[in-house]
Ligand binder design. Structure first.
Ligand code: GTP
Ligand code: MG
Length: 467
């Protein structure tokens, strides 16, 4: 699809540093946006940043900065008065997201741009402007008209990455809903302006009805998608129901922290590991390997990020259910990232929002192979309860596995299950869900001394008719 696979479209980042944001946080935000934009397949050639008490309602940055920005894109540098021209509209419509360039993206070093300045390579003009805030449709349109470039905000970038990375049917459907929700309000304003221009004073009604039609189509499509998702989720609910009292642990955390790498190491599965943001959008559940008796199921989940739009989080229901229903949450953090403490906060608050804050958890400070011995020592001191590890170190993974196994063992209780000869078909169920310590037979049936989770014991007792 891309015209020239060797040249990635050039993008410029735009950000306002609000009064309550420190220089360090501002730079970290921009570095993260740069990674997001890079994951999307653009090359960031410049950053325009400005300190302001609030976003300019017209075009995010002030007039002077807007001019500076437009020099980088080859635009007019101001918002022309009057309705947008046909050319403007065509440009605005053309999504600069055709390039399917999400393969082979290299890691971006975070050469954070300096606050309040712009850095640029004069060799080529940017065709995309990415704003590090959620902006209104009219701000987006004004920026588009002043710069002549495609304008995306942070949410738009994340939605597009999700769109590219979704693999399972459910993830694809969920992303389509998020995209439609994101596009719908923008359609309202972009379409409104154009229609008024075309129809003159009397044409407004006709224009709006065309718009209404679009909005109705979007609503219908969303309803259709929701139905399809509901059917898929019903199936998943059945599957989850079957796993209900199995021992479950979920890997949760910021995007790129190393959740999938740990999933691979713990379960021997071939889940996707990539140095991209939001590599994983589908939930995977696998048994801890080598297998334990009873089995422990490990789930890999979608990563979190700062300023992740709420409905986008909520849409990943199955991944969140995995976290909510786990008995143990492993909070994975990339300890080699200087901003990991802030990332951990995002993880904690997002999990809090979905009602998973009370679940037993363990902090895993990952990627310690990238740290010096003294950095590791300081971290161990700062986080005395955490496990410091590297997903790449088999000895560390074994330690983690031991921790998981012990966690579940400590919850198990000893009990007795009596299986009458008429219920021998349940024997495999018992062996799958319990650790059998001893067996005895009498004339009525089989007596098993087991170690199991209390919930499992009571369910099995019900099945065998002892309760
Ligand atoms: N050096 C080092 N790199 C690691 C470690 N763990 C993961 N990585 C690398 O970090 C990058 C991200 O790893 P993933 O396992 O895909 O991260 P994730 O948390 O699943 O990320 P998302 O699915 O995008 O949310 C990959 O390039 C991994 O190879 C580690 O312990 N040490
Ligand atoms: Mg992953």
């Amino acid at each position: 699809m891309s015209e020239n696979p060797n040249s990635r479209p050039a993008a410029v980042l735009v950000a306002v540093q609000l009064p309550d944001v420190t220089d360090l946080d501002h730079e970290a935000d921009l570095a993260e946006l740069k990674r997001l934009v890079d994951t999307l397949g653009y090359e960031v050639i410049a950053t325009v940043s400005q300190k302001r008490p609030s976003l300019s309602p017209a075009a995010v940055v002030g007039e002077g900065k807007l001019k500076e920005l437009s020099d980088l894109t080859g635009g007019k540098g101001f918002v022309p008065s009057g309705a947008p021209s046909k050319k403007d509209k065509a440009r605005a419509k053309r999504r600069a997201i055709e390039a399917d360039a999400d393969e082979g993206v290299e890691e971006v070093e975070s050469d954070s741009p300096e606050s309040g300045q712009s850095s640029h390579s004069p060799s080529r003009k940017a065709t995309v402007v990415v704003v590090d805030h959620e902006i209104t449709p009219s701000q987006a349109r004004n920026l588009e008209r002043a710069t002549g470039a495609e304008v995306l905000d942070r949410t738009g970038v994340i939605v597009e990455i999700f769109h590219r990375h979704a693999r399972s049917r459910e993830a694809k459907l969920e992303v389509e809903i998020a995209r439609l929700k994101y596009v719908a309000p923008r359609l309202r304003e972009a379409g409104g302006g154009g229609d008024r221009q075309r129809g003159g004073i009397g044409g407004k009604g006709a224009g709006e009805s065309a718009l209404e039609l679009d909005r109705r189509k979007i609503r219908d499509r969303i309803a259709e998608l929701r139905e399809e998702i509901a059917a898929i989720q019903k199936e998943q609910d059945h599957r989850r129901e079957a796993r209900r009292d199995q021992q479950r642990v979920a890997l949760v955390g910021y995007t790129n922290a190393g959740k999938s790498s740990l999933m691979r190491a713990l379960t021997g599965s071939e889940v996707l590991v990539a140095d991209k943001l939001f590599a994983t959008l589908d939930t995977t559940v696998r048994a801890l390997h080598p297998e334990t008796k009873p089995r422990v199921l490990v789930s890999d989940t979608v990563g979190f990020i700062k300023k992740l739009p709420h409905d986008l989080v909520a849409s990943f229901r199955s991944t969140l259910d995995e976290a909510r229903e786990a008995s143990l949450l492993l909070y994975v953090a990339d300890a080699s990232d200087p901003t990991f403490r802030g990332q951990l906060e995002v993880t904690r608050s997002t999990l809090g929002e979905i009602g998973a804050a009370k679940i037993a958890s363990k902090l895993l400070l990952n990627k310690t192979d990238r740290l010096s011995a003294s950095e590791r020592k300081n971290l161990a001191h700062e986080f005395p309860d955490a496990i410091l590890l590297s997903a790449k170190d088999p000895a560390d993974v074994t330690r983690l596995r031991d921790f998981i196994v012990h966690f579940f063992e400590s919850q198990m209780v000893e009990g007795e299950i009596f299986l009458p000869y008429s219920k021998q078909q349940l024997v495999s169920e018992v062996f799958e869900n319990c650790r059998v310590l001893s067996e005895d037979y009498d004339e009525k049936g089989r007596k098993l001394q087991v170690l199991a989770h209390p919930k499992t014991l009571s369910r099995l007792s019900q099945l065998t008719g002892q309760l």
